[in-house]
Design a protein around this ligand. Structure first.
Ligand code: SF4
Length: 216
């Protein structure tokens, strides 16, 4: 039987081990399923009662990794992991000590530089191998409509996400720009933009149409 702490901070999907560090978001994305799915994701409960310490998450991650092989470790939950950049770096360091071959990825909305008011790509380059940036559009006005950013991210957010993407790519990280397959989005334009920024591009399916699993 899973404990609340284990279920909250780490979850498994498609041979990946995912770490859920925070429920804080700089955006309120229109395509987000966290409320519709009651903060669950394919059987896991991602609603944190508090933010877990780096030591606690590291323990859970290392324990899970010892039980079976995983294809990758991913920082991704119902929240923006870069709010917890120091913890992310610490967890990565601990995991890499014991599993140096395991690829590590960050899934992000791309606003980490604005959150920290500096270029965080040097820290990320030490902590992860790959970054997936949920950009979703090449149009700044549509970016605002789709992501409904908090006031402090509204005017500069799109440009900051582009800059963040380019900086991560320039640091040698494997960067993928992603877009949810939404009506009215020009996916060719996003592809083109991704390539210009030094990233690859991937379309993600809309989760709203899927039926969430019930917790085991
Ligand atoms: S950043 Fe992620 S968790 Fe936050 S609102 Fe957007 S889709 Fe939802």
């Amino acid at each position: 039987m899973k404990t609340a702490e284990v279920a909250d901070v780490a979850y498994e999907y498609d041979d990946g081990l995912y770490l859920n560090l925070t429920n804080r978001c700089p955006t309120a994305c229109t395509f987000c399923v966290k409320k519709q799915w009651s903060w669950r994701y394919r059987g896991w409960d991602l609603k944190l009662s508090g933010e877990p310490s780096a030591a606690a998450v590291s323990e859970v991650a290392v324990s899970r990794l010892s039980r079976r092989p995983f294809r990758e470790l991913v920082f991704c939950g119902y929240g923006e992991s870069t709010y917890r950049l120091p913890e992310l770096v610490e967890i990565s360091r601990r995991v890499r000590r014991e599993y140096p071959e395991l690829p590590i990825r960050l899934n992000t909305i791309g606003l980490g530089d604005m959150i920290w008011k500096c270029d965080i790509s040097p820290d990320l380059a030490r902590a992860v191998d790959a970054v997936s940036v949920s950009l979703n559009t090449a149009d700044p006005a549509q970016w605002k409509r789709l992501h409904r950013p908090a006031a402090e991210f509204r005017e500069e957010g799109f440009a900051a996400a582009l800059r963040f993407t380019a900086r991560c790519a320039a640091r040698g990280l494997h960067v993928t720009v992603t877009a949810v397959d939404l009506p009215g989005v020009d996916l060719w334009a996003v592809t083109d933009l991704a390539l210009k920024l030094g990233a690859e591009f991937r379309v993600r399916p809309r989760l709203e149409n899927s039926v969430p699993d019930i917790a085991p």
